[in-house]
Design a protein around this ligand. Sequence first.
Ligand code: DCT
Ligand code: MG
Length: 475
Amino acid sequence: MFHAPIVPRARKRSRPAEASAPRREGVKFEDVRLYLVERKMGRSRRSFLTELARSKGFIVEDVLSDVVTHVVSEDSQASSLWAWLKGGPVKNLPVMHVLDISWFTDSMREGKPVAVETRHLIQETLPASPEATTPTPMSTVSQYACQRRTTTQNNNKIFTDAFEVLAESHEFNDMEGPCLAFRRAASVLKSLPWTVQNLRVTEDLPCLGEHSMCVIEVRPIVLCLQRANTGGRLLSARRTHPIFTLPLIHSDSPLPRSFLHYGDISRAVSKAEAQALGNIIDEAVHAITPDAILTLTGGFRRGKDFGHDVDFIVTTPQLGKEERLLTSVIDRLKHQGILLYCEYQASTFDESKLPSHRFEAMDHFAKCFLILRLEDSQVDGGLQTAEEDRRGWRAVRVDLVSPPVDRYAFTLLGWSGSRQFERDLRRFARMERRMLLDNHALYDKTKKEFLAATTEKDIFAHLGLEYIEPWQRNA
Ligand code: DCT
Ligand code: MG
């Protein structure tokens, strides 16, 4: 049974203005004025929802007027709703939020008006024109990767591969500007839900400047060069680089064992192999600290099928215990005979040195770069090996990073990548919000204070960004 509705039962039975005025006692959100559209919702449901919202401190207007800030409708037919709204008396429509009921239910659940996200909007559908051949209006593509949703499905691989080869060659030649420009161009194209068919459409996209336009035209040449240099595989500078440099840090030690595994390590790691390593690390971590927190991060958290390594975050609910955990895990893996190579870096994390102004600066948490031995029998469906390779095992690169638990959300966001997504998150924070973000913290330069976060969602909310799921961060 519903309570007696406090809205007029029908508008034509008009009452004195005071009688239908919304309750003002208990108002918590003065700036938000809702109007619930009765069409499709029905009168009794509208009354019930009105009462519910008012009981939670929302102002609900009975009549649609220019004081309304949020229009909520259950009408799934955007065109008929918009026609109805436009036929009404309000002039402020362009600045009102016209929202789906999901915004209302989210707000009721949270007990406060939640931030409006694209998914809540009932967009006005424009009549189709012959030129409108692309489903995403290009004016809506943000220049920041952290405002785009980029899944692993890349509809423009043929172009993005060419851009990435060029970005890496410029990176090797220390030409930072063009390198970044090519990376940004690749990243924008990766986010498009359609394939670029016509060069003209890229003129309206952000980050596709003159450089990049040339590349689209010379693409066939780029791809030929790339195949000639790598025997058909895309050469990745980043993938091969750390393997050579890390061991050379110890110049007086014998030739590093990692060279022995070079063939294995330059081969991609599959999802099933990552899963198997997850089981091994999980067993080791929890044998040492039963309440430890272990999270798969990096490319596999973003839903990639292959990666160059497997990245994990380990921490402990008890602050400070995390550092010892990492060394104990290393000892355990060594004891199990599966540790082929290990480089451990103790924590140099110092809160007093925050925030870091360096963009790509490595974080200061305890971490280790490992090469582990993975047996064929441990992998669901077996290892991905060549016919002639009958060893029954392979070497795999694994990274473990171990932040204190109060830095966990920042580390998770930072290590989930992609690198381009992270770069743009930091650039967005700096340029649009006057904030500094890194793997340790978020600092508000205006308020001169650090903003705490226990989840990734908290960080997006501090930045005033719509939450982007990990599998949408493949920028
Ligand atoms: N990262 C970071 N600081 C570092 C190293 C990495 O913040 N010093 C971030 C960037 C992405 C993420 O951690 C994981 O790094 P990679 O393994 O290099 O990238 P990936 O996205 O997992 O790619 P791949 O699938 O090739 O491993
Ligand atoms: Mg990785």
